[in-house]
Design a protein around this ligand. Sequence first.
Ligand code: GRF
Length: 201
Amino acid sequence: RRIAVFASGQGSNFAALIEAQRAGQLGEGSIELLVSDRPEALVAQRAEAADVPALLLRPKEFASRELYEAEIVAELKRRDIGLIVLAGYMRLITPVLLEPFAGRIINIHPSLLPAFAGKDAIGQALDYGVKLTGVTVHFVDGGMDTGPVIAQRSVAVEAEDTAESLAQRIHQIEYELYPEVVRAYAAGKVELNGRHVVVRE
Ligand code: GRF
């Protein structure tokens, strides 16, 4: 399966996916494109260093979100992309992208959804005082962090945790879990039935 990763920022998950691919851990998955809405983001430099083609578009330069996404869809079709992996892509997706890629867009979020959706999930978890948080990989629908859950892993919150220390442990789990899910998806082992997802061994 040909994969496009969408990212807006640091791109440490992008880097982890590239590493996994190099180590042969993505199976039939192959990262063919980075899409970023922030050409100045570190993730764009990471793509260049890894020799991954990048589509860097500024949404502000388009008359609407839909026209911005239409340009992305055209490039995804040209490259025969079969899976979109959102990794810190900080935009909601419209039907222009969702419809042609229904069931083929996944996202990673640093909490056990549906708890702490939206921005700063790690800060939200600390403020709330939960003892357990984690990481969720889910299919993307039109909402913010609302689609069917594919996989979750928990991370314990320690009394002495700061936002930084907790984020670090959560990110480590992300770097393991996302490549695993991408590999399973690429192998055709992720089945979506309504809200329910089955990942076969
Ligand atoms: C990750 O924590 C991911 O779960 C969230 O955004 C963050 C992206 O970090 N959606 P990075 O750009 O991959 O370093």
